[in-house]
Design a protein around this ligand. Structure first.
Ligand code: PHE
Length: 345
């Protein structure tokens, strides 16, 4: 009678295990059939009431069934877990046959295109890139460049003052003084691209914020021929091999002699047109031989060392290079303007 009972429990258990659809259900069955208060355990307590000759076999059957149910539970659990994993993997697969979304390539602002090109040209000539603060002291922006407090050259370089002695730099030239002081009398060959500021009313050709690339070379026996050759190479690389340059005498307090550098007009090739206002030339930068006072103030003996410096307006070069009509376009973030410089995918 008890054996029959065992067999019934066994088939019931097998049936219910087979029909379980998830691991939670299996957990319930485990409790129902194998736990302390399960039917099988209660049969176990009946063992003592049986005649001794039946006990052995009953006990063995009971154990067998227990083991088989337990095995079946484990098997089913593994099966269900595998199914659950398969289902999860399936629902998470990526359909690699779908066409990809089109990646829109952005465009570089032409300002940065030109800044990088100028930088590359000078790097190829052996210059290194130096850096300096945009928030400067009066000392570095003016004094150490031979522009004392009452110097009229300051009028053209009014700027944004943070305090009497701290201001937004009006040119990248203060980096000359920084680099000289840090170089401790060693030869120098650097450029410094960076932002500059002036108190200007914005219009097509003026902006209160603009950018320059400073150049500085200091060594023994540097002469104006080096300056001319360097800038000629720059002009040809930037604007084309046919371009000629012209040096015109000019004035900067920190260079002596000082020059403005013009290139032949791309539009007319030097004959004279409306773009170059009939002169055949377009001004692109200022430069000169580093003033002995500047050398002295920044740690170089002018009897032993000489050097040249120049400052290129980045927007000005970009305007000429791309035929841009208004300096404000570089800063307005108008996508119609920027799209014209988008790289093709
Ligand atoms: N700093 C000058 C300017 O902003 C340009 C310049 C640089 C001139 C270096 C001479 C030497 O106008």
């Amino acid at each position: 009678m008890e054996n029959k009972n065992i067999n019934e429990i066994y088939s019931l258990a097998m049936n219910e295990i087979q029909q379980s659809e998830d691991t939670n259900k299996l957990q319930e069955l485990k409790i129902k059939f194998l736990a302390k208060k399960s039917v099988l355990s209660s049969l176990m307590s009946e063992l003592a009431n049986l005649p001794p000759e039946e006990r052995k076999e009953f006990g063995k059957n009971l154990n067998d069934v227990r083991n088989r149910i337990s095995e079946e539970l484990a098997k089913k659990e593994a099966e269900l877990r595998k199914n659950e994993l398969d289902k999860k993997l399936k629902s998470e697969t990526i359909d690699i046959t779908l066409p990809s979304r089109k990646v829109e390539l952005g465009g570089q602002n032409p300002f940065y295109v030109v800044k990088d090109e100028i930088t590359d040209i000078f790097l190829n000539m052996g210059f290194e890139v130096a850096d300096g603060p945009e928030v400067e002291t009066d000392l570095f922006n003016f004094e150490l460049l031979n522009i004392p407090k009452d110097h009229p050259a300051r009028d053209m370089q009014d700027t944004f003052y943070i305090s009497d002695n701290v201001l937004l730099r009006t040119h990248t030239s203060p980096v000359q003084a920084h680099v000289m002081q840090e170089a401790n009398g060693k030869p120098i060959r650097i450029i410094c691209p960076g932002k500059t500021y002036r108190r200007d009313d914005d219009d097509a050709t003026h902006s209160h914020q603009f950018a320059q690339i400073e150049g500085l070379v200091i060594d023994k026996n540097i002469n104006i021929g080096h300056l001319k050759a360097t800038l000629e190479l720059f002009a040809k690389k930037m604007f084309g091999e046919k371009r000629e340059i012209r040096l015109r005498p000019s004035y900067f307090p920190f260079t002596e002699p000082s020059v403005e550098v013009d290139i032949t007009c791309a539009n007319c090739g030097g004959k004279g047109c409306s773009m170059c206002k009939g002169t055949g030339y377009i001004e692109i930068l200022g430069g000169g031989m580093v003033h002995p006072n500047v050398l002295k103030m920044n740690g170089y003996d002018p009897d032993e060392y000489s050097g040249f410096a120049f400052g290129i307006g980045i927007e000005r070069v970009a305007i000429l290079r791309f035929g841009i009509d208004d300096i404000r376009r570089f800063y307005q973030n108008d996508v119609r303007f920027l799209h014209q410089y988008r790289r093709k995918a």
